[in-house]
Design a protein around this ligand. Structure first.
Ligand SMILES: Nc1ncnc2c1ncn2[C@@H]1O[C@H](COP(=O)(O)OP(=O)(O)O)[C@@H](O)[C@H]1O
Ligand SMILES: N[C@@H](CC(=O)OP(=O)(O)O)C(=O)O
Length: 467
């Protein structure tokens, strides 16, 4: 089989974990599979890179950068020593990392002096997490006797749009990936950085936070993989976030559509765009636990295997704000909603949920980070005839499942379960696909809401009797 294996930040959290990841990939390669490995940054590194860049831009303190660089070197050099046994290989990897970290330091110091952090330089800075991880993973494989080479996303052929922080691959990427990675498939494991690509001028871009899943899917299409495996710290896609609901269960089969709905409704287990390339080319995606490799995990495929559960999973979105726009001007008029959403589009604000209760008002959910500019621009551009209110103490809870389509009574069960827990519903939204029902509730009650819906739809019970 031809498999793309992606390992997330927790899976490559330190040198010992990287060694485990390399052993896992090697075991599948030794069984006769062709493997391309996509790696994320070591856990927490991307956040720290962005934090230091933001701090450097705001306070200009070069010492903050130098202290960070010392710690970053220490962390990655320790990982090299833990992951790579072959002492002859270590100096080469250390030299590669040193050069990368020197470049990074110069870029960060430049930000301190200029006091400016553009979207382009944010992408450049945040790309270093993966660029430092990939040579260590590749070195660990070579140390185990497997031929291996590491590539940045751009070097592997991922050429993207110019949308820094949310770039998408250009169609020509797939042929390039095929041309560049296919020759090495038979006798090596090639390691590609997740999360990053480059635009047509060769400038680094990123595919959005948690974008390494998306990279795996893109590479999978490029090399015409039989399967894409996303290795995680959890057992698979589960009926709820297991950190919130302790009796959440692994979902054995889920359709592409359901997985996409779940991830766009907050289940952090997958990047929202990750499924799309695989779905377009009908490549099965398997979500597995790095720490329990023999467990089958979740298979994401086209066909939605019959499940007795109408609801497959419950998810939630935190750090959002509810915006409400109302005006009598909206009654009996044409084009007013277009005006409102154009204002948001011009400010590059994405809308996560919409609900229109009456002709005179519309409510929608945006990321909390976009709240201030959303309210300010709506007030400025709509004028005094409109009222713009917001609430920032809210979260979204959603039930997702293809079985909900055409099944009466699901909404009643959602509202009753929340009502029994005294949880007030602030806003409701259902897509016409009927694959989800989403409710906005107070953030203080969202964990309770997830647990209540998980219990109501008996998601703690084995699906189709299967453990
Ligand atoms: N429905 C869900 N199923 C599984 N994990 C979920 C779900 N919702 C949220 N999560 C969270 O998603 C994370 C996925 O695992 P992780 O190894 O962090 O992935 P990655 O490193 O690839 O981003 C876990 O921390 C888990 O708590
Ligand atoms: N390192 C990037 C990309 C990524 O996908 O990471 P992870 O697989 O650990 O979520 C991020 O933190 O956003």
């Amino acid at each position: 089989m031809k498999i793309v294996m992606k390992f997330g930040g927790t899976s490559v959290g330190d040198g010992k974990k990287i060694r485990h990841v390399a052993e896992l990939a090697k075991s599948y390669f030794d069984q006769g599979n062709q493997v391309v490995l996509v790696t994320s940054a070591l856990a927490g590194v991307t956040d720290r890179l962005l934090d230091v860049a933001t701090a450097g831009c705001e306070n200009g303190k070069v010492t903050v950068v130098t202290e960070f660089i010392t710690a970053l070197k220490q962390q990655h050099f320790t990982a090299v020593n833990e992951a790579i046994d072959d002492e002859n290989l270590r100096p080469e990897v250390i030299e590669f990392l040193t050069n990368q970290i020197d470049e990074l330091e110069k870029a960060l110091i430049g930000i301190c002096y200029l006091g400016e952090l553009t979207v382009r330089s944010r992408d450049n800075i945040s790309s270093y997490g993966e660029r430092l991880a990939a040579p260590i993973v590749s070195g660990a494989l070579r140390s185990m006797g497997i031929a291996s080479k590491n590539y940045t996303g751009g070097e592997a052929g991922i050429i993207t749009t110019d949308v820094f922080g949310g770039a998408k691959p250009l169609p020509k990427s797939y042929a390039l990936i095929h041309e560049r990675l296919t020759p090495g498939l038979k006798n090596s494991i090639q390691v590609v950085t997740g999360f990053i690509g480059e635009n047509e001028e060769g400038t680094i871009t990123t595919l959005g936070r948690s974008g390494s899943d998306y990279t795996a899917s893109i590479v999978g299409v490029g090399i015409k993989a039989d399967e894409i495996w996303l290795w995680k710290e959890v057992d698979g896609i589960m009926t709820a976030n297991p950190k919130i609901v302790s009796n959440a269960r692994t979902i054995h089969f889920i359709s592409y559509q359901e997985a996409m709905e779940l991830s766009s409704l907050g289940a952090e287990v997958l990047h929202p765009r990750a499924i799309e390339p695989s779905m377009m080319h009908n490549i099965p995606v398997r979500v597995k636990s790095t720490f329990k490799p023999d467990f089958e995990g979740t298979l994401v495929v086209t066909e939605n295997k019959k499940s007795k559960n109408v609801v497959k999973a419950v998810s939630m979105i935190k750090k959002v704000s509810l915006i409400n726009v109302s005006s009598s001007e909206m009654v009996d008029s044409v084009g007013k909603l277009a005006v409102i959403f154009s204002i948001l589009a011009n400010k590059k604000v994405g809308v996560r949920l919409i609900s229109q209760g009456s002709e005179s008002s519309i409510s929608f959910i945006v990321n909390d980070a976009d709240r201030v500019k959303t309210v300010k621009s709506l007030k400025a551009e709509l004028g005094d005839a409109y009222t713009v209110d917001f609430r920032s103490d809210v979260s979204v809870v959603a039930v997702v499942g293809a079985g909900m389509a055409g099944t009466p009574g699901v909404a009643r069960r959602v509202f009753t379960a929340l009502g029994k827990e005294n949880i007030s519903i602030i806003m409701i939204s259902q897509g016409s696909s009927e694959y989800n029902i989403s409710c906005v509730v107070s953030s203080a009650e969202v964990n309770k809401a997830v647990a209540a819906l998980h219990a109501e739809f008996e998601l703690d019970k084995p699906e189709n009797g299967k453990e």
